[in-house]
Design a protein around this ligand. Structure first.
Ligand code: DX5
Ligand code: ZN
Length: 215
């Protein structure tokens, strides 16, 4: 699968409605929603008011990426707020299973995420319990960082494990994705690419989305 999920974090919030309309008519598959709490990551983004606007205007699935401590306290609210999928960090919890169960009970898709310094093998026991795993290709916290090249080998390893077990778990990659590296990331086995600054800082965001999808 080759999907693109532009990250609304890099949008111009003074014209959020317009930016959502642009995504609606673009080739974007999902809208990636980065929620940061200033504790799990040293940055604060946005929460429910922005979710509310997205839910009202977005015609694409909302792919929520929680970069928060105690995700167990909030996953259900994000499901209720209109998330199509809810992801949280494995390293933010001692036991992801009850949190995954809460999301599943809401009928929402699940995603487990790890930062680049967390051993991706820790995802393996959960590969058959989630819809998607997200490998961070930058350290969570900020848009506009450079893609960490070591991610490519990690994608290949995770893909190999998924295929060898006959699973259909999706692999999402988040951070530093551009039209220049998208092809290599897809070829390594990624299914979904998140792209923030390379889309929204482009003079023509719709074209930037096409260039990533068709790369
Ligand atoms: C980083 C976020 C990313 C970010 C991607 O913490 O999880 O989703 O918005 O932005 P770019 O594509 O600019 O690296
Ligand atoms: Zn993200």
């Amino acid at each position: 699968m080759r999907l693109i999920a532009p990250s609304i974090l890099s949008a111009d919030f003074s014209r959020l409605g317009e930016q959502i309309r642009m995504l609606n008519q673009s080739q974007a598959d999902w809208i990636h929603v980065d929620v940061m709490d200033g504790r799990f990551v040293p940055n604060i983004s946005f929460g429910f008011p922005v979710m509310e606007t997205l839910r009202q205007y977005a015609q694409k699935p909302l792919d929520v990426h929680l970069m928060i401590v105690h995700p167990e306290d909030y996953v259900e609210r994000f499901c209720d707020a209109g998330a199509w999928s809810v992801g949280f960090h494995l390293e933010a919890t001692d036991d992801p299973m009850p949190i995954l169960e809460k999301i599943k009970a809401k009928g929402v898709r699940t995603c487990l995420t790890v930062n680049p310094d967390i051993d991706y093998h820790r995802l393996f026991p959960y590969l058959d319990k989630v819809d998607m795993v997200l490998l961070m290709s930058v350290f969570a916290g900020f848009g506009g960082q450079k893609f960490i090249p070591e991610t490519i080998d990690k994608i290949k390893e995770v893909k190999k494990e998924i295929v060898s077990r006959g699973l259909h778990t999706l692999i999402e990659i988040d951070g530093g994705v551009t039209s220049a590296n998208a092809a290599q990331i897809f070829e390594a086995g990624a299914d979904v690419l998140v792209a923030g600054s390379s889309v929204f800082r482009s003079a023509n965001p719709e074209q930037a989305i096409i260039e990533i999808v068709e790369s």
